[in-house]
Ligand binder design. Structure first.
Ligand code: HSE
Length: 293
């Protein structure tokens, strides 16, 4: 039996659309077994046919690439990462399937080769890279090549996922994005990404609230999320260092001081007062990424 654990990821971090991502200590666990025949998937969403399951279809990409033909496959899925909430649950399933298949076939692929296949499936590397390698990662796609770099973050931060009780499909959240944006908006995003990476690296956390603003996706996607602007205002009222739309949303991620013990309680009592059934989960950075356990 092959057991694999893959972390949740939060992509974009404000201005870093399709480029920045961070792994967090919330996990889905998977086990894989080669059986005598057939396909058995335990723990998948009820709405999904086994043959369409993203873990399984990702395994098939590896088997095709390396020419391995398993007799049959059993997959167990145990999920803590909520689906369609902007916490990288699809990237998690893709990475798990690829690692599981690679391990089943005797590990012929390198991490880099697995990264490439996973990114081809997902279409962009910003969740895949931290899901696979852990930590805070910047990545770019240049024609057929993908380049990435892991960045050390100064100590002292905690992430707080503020998770709505409704999903938002990434497909829909990408459809509302404009084809063109004003030059000035692009220039602002470039400056913010530089400010964000430098302030996370050297601990200038006072700059995060400026660095995390965005012109490329948040203004368009925010409109799809009931309460987005109010919640973003509240997180600053409750002394967050910064906040952004996690991935394609609808989760809003707050970044707070690691010794802040009030933020979560204040958010929860705010949600109670406005009758929103949103969850507030404190998370730390996962530095390991996907691993066989
Ligand atoms: N960068 C992606 C997006 C992450 O914002 O659409 C979600 O897949």
């Amino acid at each position: 039996m092959i057991n694999i654990r893959v972390p949740a990821t939060s992509a974009n971090l404000g201005p870093g659309f399709d480029s920045l991502g961070i792994a967090l200590d919330l996990y889905n666990k998977f086990s894989f077994e080669e059986i005598s025949h057939g396909l058995e998937i335990i723990g998948a969403l009820d709405t999904e046919e086994d043959s369409d399951n993203l873990v399984y279809t990702s395994m098939l990409k590896v088997f095709d690439a390396i020419g391995y033909k398993p007799k049959g496959i059993r997959i167990n899925i145990d999920t803590d990462i909520p689906v369609s909430r902007g916490l990288g649950s699809s990237a998690c399933c893709i990475v798990a399937g690829i690692m599981g298949a690679n391990k089943m076939a005797g590990s012929p692929l390198s991490q880099e080769e697995m990264f490439k296949i996973a990114t081809e499936i997902e279409g962009h590397p910003d969740n895949i890279a931290p899901a696979l390698f852990g930590g805070f990662i910047t990545s770019i796609m240049e024609e057929a090549n993908i380049y990435y770099n892991k960045i050390d973050i100064a100590k002292g931060l905690k992430f707080v996922a503020i998770i709505p009780d409704f999903p938002l499909s990434t497909k829909m959240a990408r459809e509302v994005l404009p084809t063109n944006i004003p030059y000035k908006d692009a220039v602002e995003n470039v400056s913010r990404v530089s400010l964000l990476i430098s302030s996370l690296s050297n601990g200038r956390f006072d700059l995060l609230k400026h660095a995390l603003k965005d012109n490329l996706h948040q203004p368009y996607r925010g409109k799809l999320i009931k309460g987005f602007n109010e919640v973003l205002e509240k997180i600053y009222e409750f002394k967050a260092l910064g906040g952004y739309l996690s991935g394609a949303g609808p989760t809003i991620m707050a970044i707070i001081n690691e010794d802040d013990t009030n933020f979560k309680k204040e958010m929860e009592s705010y949600f109670k007062s406005v009758n929103y059934n949103w969850k507030v989960i404190e998370l730390n950075i996962d530095l390991d990424g996907a691993k066989v356990i």
